[in-house]
Design a protein around this ligand. Sequence first.
Ligand code: GLA
Length: 386
Amino acid sequence: MNTEELRDTMNRLYGPSDNPVTVYFSPGRVNLIGEHTDYNGGYVLPCALTFGTYLLVRKNGSRKVLFATTNFDHRGEVNLDEPFEKEGKSWINYPVGVLNEFRKMALETAGMDLLYSGDIPNGAGLSSSASIEMVTAFAMNDLFGFGLDRMNLAKLSQRAENLFVGVNCGIMDQFASGLGRKDHALFLNCDTLEYERVPLRLDGKKIVIVNTNKRRGLADSKYNERRAQCEEAVDALRKGKPIRHLSDLTLEEFEQFAHLIPDEVVLKRARHVISENNRALEAVEALKTGDIGRFGKLMYQSHHSLRDDYEVTGHELDSLVEEAGKISGTIGSRMTGAGFGGCTVSIVTDDSVQRFIREVGSGYAKQTGLQADFYVAEIGDGSKRM
Ligand code: GLA
């Protein structure tokens, strides 16, 4: 990203000013394993990417915060002396939601010109929205000296998304965007928020992200439906053991109490969460001991569980994983993020990457009529001032 060009864009959109411009960045993320576990108090293993959202900030001496982005034409503003209102489905709700959370903590900002610029493929499920929230939270915290740490900024950003935007997401995306580290995966316990940065020793292998380019229609409502089903499972299982989350159960305990869940669908949802939590634990051990083969098998198992028990994959994601499995150099492959479209993540040996891109691309086009996009992922740092 060329920040000089962005400075020119800022002057063009808002007019020139002598006030200093500060540039911030927060990345998108890819989750290696531990899917739909975060809001169930379980484990996740995401990494921050090198693409994400840049934010240029300049104080403007007024009581207005002005918003613009290089990604869409739509611009907006809020008045700091009035309550913040949600604006339809606009992207502006993400940063305004963050300002609103600071305001609730009596942390007041000032009039500013803001310019956002993202290089994450849109709607791909790589957390462009979390990166907008985190870059805003990180920038405000830095510029106004609020003194919150990164974990609290991630929690604040999650609240902005839950309460202002109205999407009931877990903590994973904001956490990964804020706390990522170059060439490390983040192993997070979403119940206690304890985490560990685990070196990604992939020697001779690459992480390849493939975008289905399928629009994720209805994803938010299906996501909220899954959350409700998990809560239903917790209620039923409490007759066997006083749990707070599904992740409080081991697989053995789950088998013992599964008969307490009368609804077949709810039972499958719970089985995914508890088995996936186990897989995330096993996968981090495999990563630490350098057993990438084991890691890859767990990725496939994760995908199958998301397909059969959680039912969030669909033809496009399933086709990509199936085609990836046909390449001898593919170590593992699965959907990543919420599902219902979006991306897969695969681990592929260096010498197979070109073949992977060619053959998965053509196999996928044959199966779905869609063109996939391929990214050889680089794992980068979390939120920063440039
Ligand atoms: C979305 C949410 C996350 C997480 C994943 C599924 O990305 O924002 O909190 O629940 O889906 O693992």
